[in-house]
Ligand binder design. Structure first.
Ligand SMILES: [Zn+2]
Length: 69
């Protein structure tokens, strides 16, 4: 089963809400983990999981601030 944020381990994820760019790495745990990840910039929930394979999001590029144009 391929989830959308799942397709490229070590790839990037762009927050659909604010455009922040994250580097995604997948980690495997022996025990199932239930958690979710929120965007650091806008608190949008980017991923939820209940699995032994858990994504880790690292912010690499903050979105452009709105209202500064
Ligand atoms: Zn965001």
């Amino acid at each position: 089963m391929v989830k959308t944020w799942h397709s490229a381990p070590g790839g990037t994820y762009i927050c659909p809400s604010c455009g922040a760019v994250y580097e995604v790495t997948l980690q495997r745990f022996s025990a199932r983990d239930k958690d979710y990840a929120c965007c650091e910039c806008c608190d949008n929930v980017m991923a939820e999981w209940n699995d032994t394979e858990v994504p880790s999001f690292k912010l690499v590029e903050a979105p452009k601030m709105q209202g500064e144009d």
